[in-house]
Write a protein that binds this ligand. Structure first.
Ligand SMILES: [Zn+2]
Length: 242
């Protein structure tokens, strides 16, 4: 059930039997020469929607812009400051909580969002604790690539060249979802260098084409479909079986 395609009476009826809602959160940032700028939002949105179909729970609209400061050296990247993203998460949670949602999941597609979303949860819980607010509020962060079984599947599918940014897995999911937007590029070197970085300028210096440790050209749409289904099933399982 999609929030955007529901009416308020339908949401009210849903709340009579469930307090669970899933909000996808992504990023709008460069993903190397062949990965789409919307990759993280597209992956999180599709996995959440598919899991919602499987499990019959409510899925909200994707939050498409995340904390992508380190990608700002590349044109097209949009970034929220950590404090802005914290405020967005807090306001989304307080809107949902007002209606009675007490089991709120954020399905994330961008590693760079993790620390900020966790900080948002800490801020929300801290404010509620000081007011001794009831009933209890359960906030859960689930990055799709960290869902149960997914890391093992990624190792099996990509024994070399998966890397950590502009990965063939995320590119494959977008190829499956958006076949009209599949891009190709000559990748040099084939597997990008791996390592850390500090700010946006340092990122661009170390990773001139935007990839980290990844060979994006390993992406295949049929593998994207398999990954999407596996991640959605894993998400459905933890949301329903929690
Ligand atoms: Zn990504």
């Amino acid at each position: 059930m999609l929030l955007a395609e529901s009416t308020w009476p339908e949401v009210e009826a849903y709340l009579a039997s469930s307090r669970t809602v899933v909000i996808p959160v992504g990023s709008t940032e460069q993903h190397g020469p062949m990965g789409l700028i919307g990759t993280d939002a597209m992956c999180a949105d599709a996995i959440a929607r598919r899991a919602g179909e499987l499990g019959g729970f409510l899925v909200g609209p994707v939050l498409p812009v995340g904390m992508a400061q380190s990608h700002l050296g590349f044109p097209g990247t949009l970034s929220l400051a950590p404090t802005t993203l914290i405020a967005v998460i807090r306001d989304v949670v307080s809107s949902l909580y007002r209606h009675g949602f007490t089991d709120i999941w954020f399905v994330n597609g961008h590693g760079g969002n993790i620390a900020t979303i966790q900080a948002a949860f800490a801020e929300i819980h801290a404010a509620r604790s000081s007011r001794q607010e009831e009933p209890a509020l359960q906030l859960t962060l689930a990055s799709w690539f960290d869902l149960p079984g997914i890391r093992a599947l990624l190792r099996e599918m990509y024994p070399a060249g998966h890397g950590s940014h502009a990965t063939p897995s995320e590119v494959a999911i977008t190829q499956f979802l958006y076949p009209h937007a599949v891009k190709s590029a000559t990748l040099e070197p084939r597997i990008a260098p791996a390592g850390g970085f500090s700010d946006a300028a340092d990122f661009r210096r170390r990773y001139p084409d935007g990839r980290i440790g990844a060979d994006s050209s390993l992406a295949r749409p049929e593998d994207g479909e398999r990954l999407l289904e596996a991640a959605a099933a894993a998400l459905c399982n933890i949301v329903k079986c929690k």
